[in-house]
Design a binder for this molecule. Structure first.
Ligand code: NAP
Length: 342
């Protein structure tokens, strides 16, 4: 045991998976906040091997509930707090900005206040995002690139980002913003385009003959692997001084590239015909349409052209991504191919 305690909000999301096992293995006492549901399901925590799952203490509650967060932080007095809980789906944030603000702004304020008032020695990590940049005019983006959010999600995360910065400077607290570019995994939520592609391509390999339907094929993102990014979060909290860091791969790919690579991993090649909403992806082998575009999956305001410059993280934390685009896509498709659900 290293006698350290870590508290993770949002532990039931995609970033838990195997990543937090590493903390358990480092001897941390790990606590997680999960909001209660009728099945008392623990989300992705249930996917962990039993010997690890049993070592994580779950506190059922909501980050929007200030007294609950206050009580939990006070009771545990964690050495490290990873605040990941959020309404994290950009598309949904346009449909329900109010709920997005409640969780992402209100929840973050509750966590920051609880640390300030009841556990000022806790080191806090806040999950900021490349979505803060909106539609960036300069490439690549780093910690000094201007933020111009273009969705309720990004606005809510910008409020969290500034809360962390202002609390750090005003109250001399150890609080870090991780400006993380997209990161994916085998347990990414199924509504996110990467997982949607992986699941559908795996289903097609098993005989599904209905096409994949997506939004903007030209959206350009910097996609990395969640486990690498969780390691980066941990490194941020091991430093002597708190700061803000970009974590990214430094590569930019389109959604179309992701689809090509996903089909490549089941040995299929795609021909692209048409433009914009009329573009289709055709399986070269049998001339069948396997990809279609629908306006339903476009955002009201696109935010893309993301490519992160992680040189500060490399220089100070010694961090760099291990899994890059091709391997990431392959990992996701292979994982869905090996599940029994199709
Ligand atoms: P995720 O899979 O959507 O996980 C979010 C977690 O937050 C879920 O466990 C969710 O629980 C929980 N949550 C939501 N509202 C809550 C509430 N009111 N009280 C308590 N828990 C609540 O997201 P992720 O991909 O793991 O990302 C983790 C964090 O990093 C998020 O803050 C996200 O915005 C941020 N981020 C992600 C990326 C990325 O590409 N993945 C990039 C930059 C930043 P339920 O299952 O109950 O909804």
């Amino acid at each position: 045991m290293n006698n350290k305690k870590a508290l993770i909000t949002g532990i039931s999301g995609q970033e838990t998976s195997d990543s937090w096992l590493k903390l358990v293995n480092k001897g941390y006492e790990v606590h997680g906040v999960i909001r209660r549901n009728s099945q008392m399901s623990k989300g992705t925590v249930e996917l962990l091997p039993e010997q690890y799952r049993d070592k994580i203490t779950i506190h059922f509650g909501d980050v929007t509930d200030a007294p609950f967060i206050e009580e939990t932080v006070k009771k545990i007095a964690p050495d490290e707090l990873y605040h990941l809980a959020a309404q994290s789906f950009v598309g949904y944030s346009f449909k329900n900005p109010s709920a997005t603000y409640d969780v992402n702004i209100g929840g973050t304020l509750n966590v920051a206040n609880a640390v300030k008032d009841h556990s000022p020695n806790t080191k806090l990590y806040f999950a900021a995002t490349s979505e803060l940049y909106g539609q960036p005019e300069t490439t690549p983006q780093n910690e000094d690139t201007v933020f111009r959010p273009r969705s309720p999600y990004a606005i809510s995360k910008l409020a969290g980002y500034w809360t962390v910065k202002v609390y750090r400077e005003s109250y001399k607290l150890f609080m870090c913003n991780g400006i993380l570019f997209n990161h994916e995994s085998e347990v990414r939520g199924p509504e996110f385009v990467t997982r949607k592609i992986a699941m559908k391509v795996a289903a097609m390999a098993k005989g599904d003959d209905t096409p994949l339907v997506v939004g903007n094929l030209d959206a350009r993102k910097d996609w990395g692997y969640a486990e690498d990014y969780v390691y980066g979060m941990w490194l941020m909290l091991q430093q002597k001084e708190a700061s803000d860091y970009v974590l990214s791969t430094g590569e930019m790919h389109t959604v179309r590239d992701f689809i090509n690579e996903a089909f490549e991993s089941i040995n299929k090649k795609i021909d692209w015909k048409g433009k914009a909403l009329n573009e289709t992806g055709i399986d070269k082998e049998n001339n069948r349409i396997v990809v279609k575009v629908s306006p339903e999956f476009y955002r009201p305001l696109e935010s893309d052209n993301y490519m992160g410059d992680y040189s500060k993280a490399k220089r100070i934390l010694g961090w760099k991504p291990k899994v890059l685009f091709k391997d990431l896509v392959k990992k996701m498709v292979m994982s869905d191919l090996n599940t029994e659900k199709f």
